[in-house]
Design a protein around this ligand. Sequence first.
Ligand code: CAA
Ligand code: NAD
Length: 288
Amino acid sequence: MASEKISRVGIIGAGQMGAGIAEVCARAGSDVLVYESTRELTAAGRARILRSLDRGVSSGKLTEREREQATWRLRFTSDLGDFADRQLVVEAIIEDEAVKTEIFAELDRVVTDPNAVLASNTSSIPIMKLGMATEKAERVIGMHFFNPVPVLPLVELVTTLMTSTEVSERAEAFAHDVLGKQVVRSADRSGFVVNALLVPYLLSAVRMVESGFATVEDIDKAMVLGCAHPMGPLKLTDLVGLDTVKAIADSMYEEFKEPLYSPPPLLLRMVEAGRLGKKSGRGFYQYG
Ligand code: CAA
Ligand code: NAD
């Protein structure tokens, strides 16, 4: 029997990616339940989504009525048990394998639909590691969105050796037909397609700063004006989050042992100093 069309979505985490994914799902008409662990994080996540919806209205992409409707479709919880009836869950918490595997083990116990899609938005962690934390690895898949989610039209779909065809087709139909995203498929290797190409480039830019080869501003200006990139690599590292870039590099290095994936000392020191980029107010640039 064919699975029902997905209309009940759960998002784990309301950081920059979780908030963006929740927003696009609500705008597309889904009933969206968002998990954050504390009241403070929930308030911050809700505010992040509302700010982005406001921005949609002020830039003319959304009417006031559409903003209201999207808001009504969003609910928040700090109890994963509330995810029992979800047909699709997208996990978007920090890039930490131990934390993610714990969440997948719990989701597996809670979500009742045997054909539910349990997706991770991980940037780099092999999806099989998350699948094997569950009893039903056939439900587990990678759905990798891009930052900012309301703007960038891509989802990388990552199936494992265990993902069922039905789950993979359901995930692709949701990303493409409901959210209007373009889908590319990747094998289950750390970094998938985009980050396997992008992260060595970002790390090379950090190494250039570290060695005094050129200034932060000149490196970014060079790539914006010389290659028509929308932003330079250091501003992009700030946007992604230096902690996240480091975690992605660690995971890719663990998989391939290639020196080009190894995070440079400057990146490590900045993460240790709490200079995480735009989200913490300071990275290679100062914000706010
Ligand atoms: N939410 C909603 N809309 C947003 C937005 C957000 N957070 N940020 C920007 N926008 C919209 C704006 O409303 C604006 O729309 P209009 O043109 O219709 O007015 C449009 O996007 C452009 O925004 P701005 O004029 O404010 O700024 P900009 O032109 O400098 O663009 C940017 C900002 C969209 C971030 C652009 O610089 C960009 O695309 N940068 C590259 C981002 C990128 O490479 N992301 C991928 C990161 S890697 C990743 O995500 C994977 C991973 O695992 C790490
Ligand atoms: P973020 O720092 O903005 O948000 C992190 C989220 O994780 C928050 O919801 C936070 O409450 C939660 N969290 C933190 N510690 C936790 C813990 N110990 N247990 C449970 N939850 C915890 O990060 P983000 O940029 O939204 O990244 C989230 C995921 O999306 C990561 O897997 C990242 O690799 C991936 N991703 C990030 C980008 C990007 O550009 N930042 C793009 C694509 C995918």
